[in-house]
Design a protein around this ligand. Structure first.
Ligand code: AMP
Length: 510
């Protein structure tokens, strides 16, 4: 099934209900579907053929959803690029994806067009400030009849998902219609059964988790509110929750939840579900979030290569008194298998730590034009995630770190996550990140970078002593740097290796 069919079917059932809202603009399901059909026809009229890659570089706005669905309806493959990336990084993705066209937001146009001066990519739309109908009708949507959903094979490409690239160049995970339909079904089964009565807030970028969740929420006829702010303003977000009686927040990175904790009081009683994931959530933080917003949280673990769908910690398992459950990422999703394997791909003993391997219809077809990376991560039908974890006797998955982030000090393995979990329990700590730096005696030393909590000024010695009281001594940081902020990528993930390299360079400087 073409994944765009989720919308065409919803448009029949929910024609006059609100589908998308953004500031003062709104589209019903009927209007959205019509615009998607005409835009798909416009794309085909401009030469976009079956399987052609069409990139989108735009802030969250209704046109984003239109472009996303229109490319798929036309049988093309969408390449969403986070709008916070530099124009040069966008140029890299466009060249790597061999994109045929780019749908561009007006705000970004100038910088991008300069960076693309040499590129063969055709810039299709510059979405301005007009309403969604106006921008697309005048630029891209065909005047006459729209297009029905193109016939596609289950393994045809629907979405080229560029990994967020906390290191190196991003790779394009090839997501097929089968993958996205499986992801949608699983979201509805295991994460949140969106409903036509729901008001769903999409506050994170549509190029990532929110765009993926939009498919499930449109399929069920929900009213989708796109957050129009330029960044993530916690006061504005809680204001929206109160004013619009938001019932589901589609997806938040843990750092966004940290920021919501500082938001002014608001009536959020309509909230029934907040989905979060994409990076480690510390036990202390989720406890504070549960105390403030109630037992409404669902944690998901996934990666671009198995979009949003590996394990989930369900709402009912977010028991504030169960620290063990809160430290886990929950159990394998209903139609996903998880194994923990060693370097040779063999199962480790029960309860032991190893690499998380995953199988299911949600797993990508491979990396775009990258046989070598594909054969490294897809082996004998299993996706090797590069994440280190263990399963407990109840099937709960505990994630430690990325394979390459493990620290080896004096021959012992130390996972940064364990040390970070302890540091954030200290009342003076806002955020913490841990990594290893080379040491002639120990091989590596544990180093922590800490951003103090608002108004606090903890000392390095105090934090090291705190870790010594809560951890095996060899795991405590030997050095703590206090910083104003941590470097993060466009999706809010802390750039651990960038920080490590920065410290290394500073240490090496005369
Ligand atoms: P991306 O492909 O950009 O979505 O990044 C996926 C990576 O983020 C995973 O491989 C994990 O390392 C990390 N990640 C995703 N979800 C979680 C989670 N719930 N807890 C901890 N780490 C996570």
């Amino acid at each position: 099934m073409n994944v765009a069919r989720l919308l065409s079917k919803a448009a029949v059932a929910y024609r006059d209900r609100p589908a998308l809202r953004w500031g003062d603009a709104s589209l019903t399901y009927g209007e959205l579907d019509d615009l998607v059909s005409r835009t798909a026809a416009g794309l085909v009229g401009r030469g976009v053929g079956h399987g052609d890659r069409v990139a989108i570089f735009m802030r969250n706005r209704p046109e984003y959803a239109v472009a996303l669905l229109a490319v798929m309806r036309a049988g093309g493959c969408v390449v969403p690029v986070n709008v916070k990336l530099h124009a040069r990084e966008l140029a890299y993705v466009l060249a790597n994806a061999e994109a045929r066209a780019l749908v561009l937001g007006g705000e970004e146009a100038e910088a991008v067009e300069q960076a693309l001066a040499e590129s063969p990519v055709q810039v299709l739309v510059r979405v301005g400030d007009g309403g969604p109908g106006e921008a697309f009708a005048s630029v891209l949507a065909a005047a006459g009849d729209g297009l029905a959903d193109a016939e596609v094979a289950p393994d045809d490409l629907a979405w080229l998902f560029y990994t967020s690239g906390t290191t190196g160049f991003p790779k394009g995970a090839m997501l097929t219609h089968r993958n996205l339909v499986a992801m949608t079904m699983n979201t509805l089964a295991d994460v949140v059964a969106f409903d036509r009565e729901d008001v769903v807030l999409h506050a994170a970028p549509l190029s990532h988790g929110c765009g993926l969740y939009l498919l499930a929420s449109l399929a069920r006829g929900a009213d989708n509110l796109l957050y129009a702010g330029a960044g993530f303003d916690p006061a504005e977000v809680v204001g929206l929750l109160e004013r619009e009686r938001v019932s589901v927040i589609a997806f938040l990175a843990p750092t966004m939840i940290v920021r919501l904790l500082d938001a002014p009081p608001a009536d959020t009683s309509a909230l029934r579900c907040v989905v979060y994931g994409g990076a480690p959530m510390h036990v202390d933080t989720i406890r504070r979030a549960l105390a403030r917003f109630g037992q409404v949280f669902v944690q998901i673990y996934g990666q671009g290569e198995a979009p949003m769908t590996i394990s989930a910690l369900r709402r009912e398992d977010h028991d504030p008194d169960d620290a063990e459950a809160l430290a886990s990422t929950g159990i394998a999703r209903t139609d996903v298998e998880i194994r923990i394997v060693d370097e040779d791909g063999r199962d480790v003993a029960p309860g032991e730590t190893g690499e998380v391997a995953v199988r299911g219809d949600v797993v990508m077809r491979g990396y775009w034009r990258n046989e070598e990376a594909t054969s490294r991560s897809l082996r004998e039908g299993w996706l090797h995630t590069g994440d280190i974890g263990r399963l407990d006797e109840r099937g709960r998955l505990f994630l430690l770190d990325r394979k390459n982030d493990m620290i080896i000090s004096g021959g012992s393995n130390i996972y940064p996550r364990e040390v970070e979990e302890v540091l954030v329990q200290h009342p003076g700590v806002g955020e913490a990140i841990v990594f290893g730096l080379p040491d002639p005696e120990w091989g590596e030393n544990v180093v922590a970078c800490v951003v103090p909590a608002a108004g606090a000024s903890p000392t390095a010695d105090e934090l090291i002593a705190f870790c010594r009281d809560h951890l095996a001594s060899f795991k405590k940081p030997k050095r703590v740097e206090l910083l104003d902020a941590l470097p993060k990528n466009a999706y809010g993930k802390v750039l651990r290796r960038e920080l490590r390299d920065r410290l290394l360079a500073e240490d090496a400087a005369p």
